[in-house]
Design a protein around this ligand. Structure first.
Ligand SMILES: Cc1cc2nc3c(=O)[nH]c(=O)nc-3n(C[C@H](O)[C@H](O)[C@H](O)COP(=O)(O)OP(=O)(O)OC[C@H]3O[C@@H](n4cnc5c(N)ncnc54)[C@H](O)[C@@H]3O)c2cc1C
Length: 397
């Protein structure tokens, strides 16, 4: 029986497990540093206090127990090295051998060293503990305002890509709601969205940008574009043009860095530490090692890099599962043909903007479409975790 080791229990890793676990001739092992799968795509709602923790985190060992006959083994440990010659992955506590390895370790927030103080004073959103810290600060600010504190609260969101806009919009929406219900000083909390580009959502189409700018402004959020930040102190943002702004707390969503530090030196990487892969998503000269999702630089058929999204992570995972099954049979499959089918941006409350198969929509319709996609994903994960919970409870009786 061949063993497939999947490094990372994010969107790509879980989809790979689901596909490979259907094959009775494979042993599947999932490894993650955390005990839970973190649904980053829903983090904006959690930060703003509009979602609960069980709507964006699922216990990975329960989820793995949900597969029949204990088919999937979960190991919670940090991957610290990889010996391709010996075909073994090095964890902090043990080494595990593989026949095939899928690297799906995702990415972390990239805090540019050129901005002094940024790493020290800002929160990222790609880790649950950081999101938790920010949510706590946000709720604390609201509580203080409710108690009558008149001190200024300025929340800075740095980086107006998809995640920055979603986080800012949801906070703006919640603040508007609180203002109505709680009154007093709660309406004085201000959210500002900063980006170095000339527009928010750089790279997206004009229709999405226009709908998002309109909505974000309606929610009372200030947009500051062409904002080149030089330095950040505990309460001030300093710009290249010698101007500065006060802030109370800050979230940074300006970029990503692939989680590939454990990979051997000879594995090629791009400038943001993503592993370079072949057209079949393999590490060069290693047909048995795949890299998928945010940790990989994945190109489309025209040689353009595909964006780091859950959508591409899942498509690349499905491809790897097929490639591994074909390889075992002595077959080969063609190159990976990843494609973005659409993009959704949650813009606070029941409002979203989307581009689906070339059509642009915004408002409540886009919101409900996004909600359906999220629900389908969540229900799939939840069902499996529930089965795991039942199996475990029976064992304990
Ligand atoms: C606010 C926000 C909104 C987003 N919205 C969307 C959206 O609407 N649509 C969309 O398609 N995408 C969206 N994304 C992007 C999407 O979340 C990512 O592209 C996706 O999570 C990538 O999946 P992945 O499997 O590659 O990595 P991840 O989901 O990041 O999972 C990686 C896993 O690897 C584990 N890991 C990392 N390093 C190690 C190690 N050394 N040892 C052991 N385990 C390790 C981590 O703990 C983690 O569980 C959004 C992202 C954010 C932050």
């Amino acid at each position: 029986m061949k063993r497939v080791v999947i490094a990372g229990g994010g969107y790509g890793g879980l989809r790979a497990v689901e596909k490979l676990a259907q094959n009775d001739n494979l042993e599947v092992v999932l490894i993650d540093a955390n005990s839970y799968h973190f649904m980053q795509t829903e983090v904006y709602g959690y930060i703003a206090g509009n979602r609960y923790i069980d709507e964006l985190a699922v216990d990975l060992s329960l989820w793995c127990e949900g597969f029949k006959n204990g088919k999937v083994r979960f190991i919670q440990d940090r991957i610290v090295g990889l010996n391709p010659k010996e075909k073994e992955l090095v964890l902090s506590d043990l080494k595990i051998e593989y026949d095939y390895l899928i690297i799906a370790t995702g990415a972390k927030t990239r805090f540019p060293d050129s901005i002094k103080g940024l790493r020290e004073y800002s929160f990222g959103v790609k880790r649950l503990d950081r999101a938790f810290g920010f949510r706590h600060r946000f709720e604390e600010a609201i509580k203080r305002k409710l108690d009558g504190d008149s001190k200024k609260v300025d929340i800075a969101v740095i980086g107006a890509g998809l995640s920055g806009v979603e986080v800012a919009a949801e906070m703006g929406y919640m603040l508007k709601r609180y203002k109505k219900m709680l009154g007093g000083h709660t309406g004085e909390i201000k959210v500002t969205l900063y980006d170095a580009c000339e527009t928010i959502l750089p790279g997206m189409n004009d229709s999405i940008i226009d709908a998002s700018v309109k909505r974000v402004k309606n929610l009372g959020i200030e947009i500051v574009t062409s904002a080149y930040i030089k330095e950040v102190s505990s309460d001030k943002i300093y710009f290249e043009n010698a101007k500065s702004r006060d802030y109370t707390f800050m979230i940074f969503t300006g970029g990503i860095l692939g989680n590939s530090e454990f990979a051997p030196k000879h594995f090629e990487k791009n400038f943001i530490e993503q592993l370079k892969v072949t057209s079949t998503l393999n590490i060069k000269d290693h047909g048995e090692i795949f890299a998928i999702g945010d940790v990989a630089e994945i190109l489309d058929q025209h040689g353009q890099q595909l964006p780091p999204t859950a959508q591409i992570a899942e498509q690349s995972a499905e491809y790897c599962a097929k490639a591994i099954e074909a390889d075992i049979k002595g077959d080969k499959i063609g190159p990976f043909k990843g494609k973005m089918y659409g993009i959704f941006i949650a813009l606070g409350g029941r409002y979203a903007a989307a581009e689906i198969l070339g059509f642009n929509i915004s408002g409540i319709t886009a919101y409900f479409l996004k909600k359906v996609i999220t629900l389908v994903y969540f229900l799939g994960i939840d069902l499996r975790a529930n089965t795991g919970f039942k199996i475990r409870s029976k064992k304990m009786v």
